[in-house]
Design a protein around this ligand. Structure first.
Ligand SMILES: [Zn+2]
Length: 340
């Protein structure tokens, strides 16, 4: 089985995104948002059949761990109440996709975060995602301000209520920012990759992994700059007397393969142990074009893994085994949805 652990519902029905615009406009005008629009099962099917499902089939993958559109989370917009309603709407839609295509999609939830609002606000939505929707993970935004970094770092006790829930439910968090509202950043070019890198560094210099020995984080987009600069982080950890980087981080921190060229995948596989690499493409996402050097889509990342000089067993870990281990609820949910 080939499990893509990083996909977002970037093709969601138009009225869903239109309602978000209306919601934020109503909030700015001090009014109540309009009622949520009706979305039929057929409309959802159409967006998936011609999109993510088609690419799964073309590229030979089986299952996508699927979450709401990341740039669309927009935690810097509105306030805690708009975030709560928007996260609920987005997660419900993911649940409907998973119910319509139970063998192809398993859900991960976005959180109703807002800048400078306690993450305790997210706990009820995490409960709903796990208990009602069967979701197997969450996306945790380390910078709900959208590029201004106004919240405490991930090592701060501020975030511990979310970590307690993650451990309680055995669900990992993907450290994933949303759109940047700071013009210094390009959302998917620099904000995402610096969010990944910053998240890793914040965890490294904190006691989170000691305080929660079984917690699991995924650093997406190939780990941002981290694998490329592994020597720097090893040296920083050593100078700060934190211990050996691999020993302090790699029981809890994992990297996905959303790196859009073969040399990048080679480096990832050379630097990071195979047990810490999870297959992912983030399709249909940030980079949708065809690479003229290969003639294939940049985000067709399975091709790069196929080319790596690894054993069949190691590739099976990257494609399936590691995902089942890191997402503690995944195997049971696969079985449950397959029987649906
Ligand atoms: Zn993503």
């Amino acid at each position: 089985m080939i499990i893509d652990i990083h996909g977002h519902y970037t093709t969601s029905p138009r009225q869903h995104e239109a309602w978000r615009t209306q919601q934020i406009e109503a909030h700015a005008a001090g009014k109540a948002p309009p009622p949520r629009p009706a979305i039929s099962d057929d409309e959802i099917r159409e967006t998936i059949t011609g999109g993510q499902l088609k690419l799964q089939r073309e590229r030979g993958t089986d299952l996508t761990i699927f979450s709401p559109r990341a740039a669309g989370m927009g935690h810097h917009l509105g306030d805690a109440s708009t975030s709560e309603a928007w996260a609920a709407a987005c997660n419900e839609l993911i649940h409907r996709v998973c119910a319509l295509f139970p063998k192809n999609f398993i859900g991960v939830g976005m959180l109703p975060q807002s800048a400078r609002v306690s993450p305790k606000n997210c706990l009820a939505e995490i409960d709903r995602c796990v208990n009602e929707y069967g979701f197997v993970g969450i996306n945790l935004n380390p910078d709900p301000s959208g590029g201004h970094w106004q919240d405490p770092p991930l090592g701060d006790h501020y975030w511990y209520p979310v970590y307690e829930k993650m451990v309680e439910y055995d669900i990992p968090a993907m450290v994933h920012v949303s759109a940047a509202c700071n013009p210094a950043f390009h959302t998917t070019g620099s904000h995402y990759l610096s969010g990944d890198t910053t998240g890793f560094n914040q965890l490294m210099t904190s006691s989170v992994l000691k305080d929660f020995p079984s917690i699991k984080f995924i650093i997406p987009h190939g780990g941002g700059a981290v694998p490329y600069h592994w020597g720097r982080y090893r040296g920083l950890a050593q100078d700060a007397k934190l211990g050996l980087l691999s020993e302090i981080m790699l029981k809890n921190v994992f990297f996905d393969t959303c790196v859009y060229h073969f040399p990048g995948q080679e480096l990832l596989a050379k630097v990071i142990p195979v047990d810490n690499i999870l297959f992912a493409s983030e399709m249909i996402g940030a980079v949708r074009g065809v690479d003229p050097e290969t003639g294939h889509h940049y985000d067709d990342t399975k091709r790069y893994i196929d080319q790596l000089p690894l054993s069949t067993g190691d590739k099976a870990k990257i494609f399936e085994g590691n995902a089942r281990r890191v997402y503690g609820r995944l195997s049971a949910q696969i079985a449950k949805q397959a029987a649906a």
